[in-house]
Design a binder for this molecule. Structure first.
Ligand code: KQY
Length: 363
C-alpha cells in the first residue's frame, strides 16, 4: 500500500542520501520523441541500451517504456533489465522521476516534485508535460512506497547532495523566474531544507554554457563523496565556459559544508567544445516548421554528467581528445569503483547526458 503523507521528510526524519551511497536500483525512461531524438530516436535508443546494460552490471535497472515501444525496447534491452509500461513525454528520469529518501531504520520514501519541462509555457522545452509530471508518482506506486508531494518545481538534475546535510545547486536554474516565480530565494531554500533535510546550500552561479536546462548543477559539479567535489573546467580564456567555471571554483573554495569542512575540488577538463553537425540537425523532426536545433549549435558537453552505480561509474565519452584524461581522472577519484566509459554523443544531442537519464533508488 502506498499513501501520500501530509508532512515533510525533515519532520519525519527522512533525508536524501548521496548518489555514491548504496542503491536498490536505477530507473530510466525509453527515448522515442522524434522532435528531440534524431532519426526516429534509433541512435538514442542504442545509447540508452548501452547505459542500461552498463549499469545492470552493478545493480537492477528498470526501463519505463510506452505501450508503442514496449516490444521494441524489450527486444533491444538485455533480459536483466526490467521493462515496465509507462507513458511519458520524453525520457529524462533524473528530472521528472522521484527523489528517493530514507530514514535511520532503512525505510525508503519518494518525493514527487512539480515538473514543468524546464521552464513551463514561457521557455520550457516542450508542451505538454503532463505525462512526465506523473512519472514520479507512478514509480513510487510501483515500488509500494509512501510519497511526499512537494509544492515546488524542481528537477533532480538541479541538485546534488552529500548525504550529510549539504546541497549543491545553481542560481541560474533554481532562482530562474521560469521555475517558481512566486517564491523568494529564502522560500525555495526552506522547501529544500524541509524536503531534502539539508542544512547547508552551496549556490553556484551558472551551469555549463548553453545548457538548455538553465544550468543544471549535475552537468557542472557533483559530490564524489562528502567534502569532495568535481567541477567541469577549461583553461581556454576565450571559451565562455572559462568564467563560469572560474566563478564556480571561487564559490566552492569559499564554501564550508554542513559538517564545517572546506571542500576538496577536482577539475575535469571539458570535452570539445562539441557542436551539432548539419546531418545531426536535419535528423530531428521539425516543430512548427523549424528544426529544434541548428547545425553549429554548441552542446553542453561535460564529463561531470556521469552516474554512480553500486561499485561502478558510468562515464559519458565523446570520441574526443579529452576522453582519456577524463577516464584517468575519474578512475583516480573512485579507486574502489569500475569506471565504464559509454559513448554518449547521441544522448548529448537530446540535451543532456547519462546522469540526466538515470535516477537512483536508495536503500
Ligand atoms: O537533465 C537534462 N539535461 C534534461 C535535458 C532535457 C532536454 C530536452 N530536450
Amino acid at each position: 500500500m502506498t499513501k501520500t503523507i501530509d508532512s515533510t521528510p525533515k519532520k519525519d526524519g527522512f533525508w536524501m542520501p548521496g548518489e555514491f551511497e548504496p542503491h536498490a536500483g536505477t530507473w530510466m525512461i525509453w527515448p522515442e520523441r522524434t522532435d528531440n531524438w534524431r532519426l526516429g530516436a534509433k541512435p538514442a535508443q542504442k545509447a540508452f541500451v548501452d547505459v542500461a546494460t552498463a549499469i545492470a552490471k552493478f545493480e537492477p535497472v528498470t526501463m519505463c517504456v510506452s505501450l508503442g515501444q514496449f516490444l521494441n525496447a524489450r527486444h533491444l534491452l538485455p533480459s536483466q533489465v526490467r521493462v515496465v509500461e509507462m507513458s511519458s513525454n520524453d525520457s529524462w528520469m533524473r528530472d521528472c522521476g522521484p527523489t528517493f529518501i530514507k530514514n535511520g531504520e532503512g525505510e525508503v520514501r519518494g518525493i514527487d516534485w512539480d515538473f514543468n519541462a524546464w521552464g513551463g509555457l514561457e521557455s520550457g522545452l516542450y508542451f505538454p508535460w503532463d505525462l512526465d509530471d506523473l512519472v514520479a508518482q507512478k514509480v513510487i506506486n510501483i515500488e509500494n512506497l509512501d510519497r511526499y508531494k512537494a509544492p515546488l518545481v524542481l528537477e533532480g538534475g538541479s541538485i546534488h547532495v552529500d548525504g550529510e546535510g549539504t546541497l549543491l545547486t545553481t542560481e541560474e536554474c533554481l532562482l530562474n523566474a521560469n521555475r517558481n516565480p512566486a517564491l523568494s530565494k529564502e522560500e525555495i531554500e526552506n522547501y529544500m531544507r524541509e524536503y531534502l533535510n539539508i542544512e547547508k546550500i552551496i549556490w553556484l552561479g551558472q551551469g555549463v554554457y548553453n545548457d538548455e536546462t538553465n544550468g543544471h548543477v549535475d552537468n557542472i559539479c557533483c559530490f564524489i563523496r562528502p567534502g569532495v567535489v568535481a567541477l567541469t573546467w577549461t583553461e581556454d580564456k576565450d571559451d565562455p565556459q572559462y568564467e563560469i567555471s572560474q566563478d564556480a571554483y571561487r564559490r566552492l573554495s569559499e564554501a564550508i559544508d554542513a559538517k564545517g569542512r572546506k571542500l576538496e575540488i577536482h577539475k575535469i577538463i571539458q570535452p570539445g567544445p562539441i557542436y551539432l553537425t548539419q546531418e545531426e540537425s536535419e535528423g530531428v523532426d521539425a516543430v512548427d516548421g523549424t528544426l529544434p536545433r541548428e547545425a553549429g549549435d554548441r552542446m553542453a558537453g561535460s564529463y561531470i554528467n556521469f552516474y554512480m552505480a553500486n561499485g561502478g561509474i558510468i562515464l559519458p565519452v565523446f570520441d574526443d581528445p579529452n576522453d582519456e584524461e577524463a577516464i584517468r581522472k575519474v578512475r583516480s577519484l573512485f579507486p574502489d569503483r569500475e569506471v565504464v566509459p559509454v559513448k554518449a554523443r547521441e544522448i548529448l544531442l537530446g540535451g543532456g547526458n547519462i546522469h540526466c537519464i538515470t535516477q537512483q533508488q536508495c536503500k
